[in-house]
Design a protein around this ligand. Structure first.
Ligand SMILES: Cc1cc2nc3c(=O)[nH]c(=O)nc-3n(C[C@H](O)[C@H](O)[C@H](O)COP(=O)(O)OP(=O)(O)OC[C@H]3O[C@@H](n4cnc5c(N)ncnc54)[C@H](O)[C@@H]3O)c2cc1C
Length: 417
């Protein structure tokens, strides 16, 4: 890798419109502002979206959090999970696992709620950066010197660069590259998560109940008086409007009505939830993440799905690299976009492959196979080869977590922030 000493000369392309205020968008805005750019973030939701699952921060993404100056906040928001259990239909424990049991986590890795991380990033940036909530890009028209942007609500504006950090169903991607169908690969399952009353009185504990082709979970994390309910089910690609929450709640109802354990109550919780999240477990695979002055970041570019356990980490790392490369190239987007993509892509591919394997393991197809898996989980802590299995899982997870070589970037003074 060529060694460079950082920025010199005049910064071009200073105004940057970022679509999406979840993880990738605010993280990019933080870095761009630090490097002297003027980012504006537009978010379709009327306010910062709460909710979501617990997300792992491992390896390089921890390093990036430290460089962003948010690591202490992240640690304070840690889910601090103690462990989990599998229960049967009557709620009796089948097997228990400590929090790090085969989780692939090593010292220094952490876990936070997605909503907490989004809040931390927003709090860190909102005083310096223009956020526009409740609006969306309507059209993008690029010429040699910039991009004319019209909005669904606000007045038209012109920006030097546009970044789509608007998730799996990226609107920016649709405008610049076309229909999402070309890029989305369904991995055969759906996931739903939402906030619910802590009816099971869980204390930093997750309780799973497995059914053929389905997995249900309730958990509560550190510092939360409420719980999260999660549903996973295997299904071929379904046709629904991903912005129609009522329709998604109905799908969940259709799939899980009639099932036992706490599921009837959890379906009621779903009906009442206002941070209801439902999506397919899918990959986004594109030949290129940029077109002219428009570039994609995070899930919009390369969703690795929840099955990778790395989507949030990759969003943070990508934001760091994209901003760093723009600064290193003095704003020359054609140089920066190419370097950003060549640095990120190999690591993204490792994580997507990992996700593909794990997605198949999230649910089990029959009662017999569930019984087998439960027996295995129960016996594993007592098996002589348990350490070998744990070591192999940790190696795989950590390989994915270090797959983007940000460490090399320490030699770039521009990356030092
Ligand atoms: C509310 C919420 C809950 C989530 N819960 C889970 C979960 O339980 N399990 C899971 O695996 N993943 C979940 N995710 C996705 C996960 O957070 C991402 O995979 C990961 O963090 C990468 O982040 P990202 O910023 O690239 O994309 P995302 O986190 O998906 O963020 C995209 C952002 O863009 C916004 N947006 C969408 N369209 C537009 C538009 N037209 N204009 C402007 N803004 C737009 C969205 O509202 C969102 O804030 C959730 C995301 C959100 C927003």
């Amino acid at each position: 890798m060529t060694k460079r000493s950082g920025t010199s000369g005049k910064l071009a392309n200073k105004t940057v419109l970022i679509s999406g205020a979840s993880i990738a968008g605010p993280a990019l805005a933080l870095w761009l502002h630090r490097y002297g750019f003027t980012p504006t973030v537009v978010e379709r939701a009327p306010e910062l979206r709460p909710g979501g699952y617990k997300v792992d921060l491992r390896g390089v993404s921890i390093d990036v959090c430290e460089r962003m100056g948010i690591l202490d906040d992240v640690r304070r928001a840690s889910t601090d999970m103690r462990g989990g259990s599998y229960v049967d239909n009557a709620g009796a424990t089948i097997a228990e696992m400590p929090a790090d049991f085969f989780g692939g986590r090593v010292d220094g890795d952490d876990e936070v709620m997605r909503g907490d991380l989004a809040r931390i990033l927003h709090e860190r940036t909102r005083d310096d950066i223009e956020y526009i909530f409740g609006d969306s890009i309507a059209t993008l028209t690029e010429d040699a010197d910039g991009v004319d942007v019209t909005f669904e609500q606000g007045e038209p504006r012109r920006f030097d660069l546009v970044v789509g950090a608007d998730g799996l169903h990226s609107h920016t991607r649709r405008l610049a590259f076309g229909d999402e169908k070309q890029f989305k690969r369904h991995l055969g399952a759906y996931i739903s998560i939402f906030t619910a009353p802590n009816d099971l009185d869980l204390d930093r504990w997750e309780t799973y109940h497995a059914l053929p082709n389905k997995l249900v979970c309730a958990y509560s994390s550190g510092g939360e008086s409420t719980a999260k309910n999660m549903f996973v089910f295997g299904a071929p690609e379904l046709s629904y409007d991903y912005r129609d929450m009522a329709q998604q709640k109905k799908i969940l109802d259709d799939v899980f009505t009639g099932d036992g354990w706490e599921i009837p109550k959890m379906l009621d919780n779903a009906a009442a939830a206002d941070d209801f999240y439902f999506d397919s477990i899918s990959l986004i695979e594109m030949d290129s993440w940029s077109k002219g002055r428009i570039v994609l970041l995070g899930d919009a570019a390369h969703c690795a799905s929840p099955a990778s356990g790395q989507g949030t980490g990759l969003a943070l790392i990508g934001a760091y690299i994209l901003a760093g490369e723009l600064a290193a190239a003095n704003g020359d987007h054609s140089v920066a976009y190419e370097r950003y993509e060549s640095l990120m892509r190999p690591g993204v591919e490792v994580n997507q492959k990992f996700a593909e394997g794990f997605a198949k393991e999230m649910t089990v197809s029959s009662k017999g196979k569930i019984r087998l898996r439960m027996a295995l989980v129960r016996m594993l802590p007592y098996m002589p080869w348990k350490n070998l299995i744990a070591k192999k899982i940790t190696e795989d997870v950590q390989k994915a977590a270090f797959a983007v070589p940000v460490k090399d970037h320490k030699e770039y003074s521009v990356y030092e922030g």
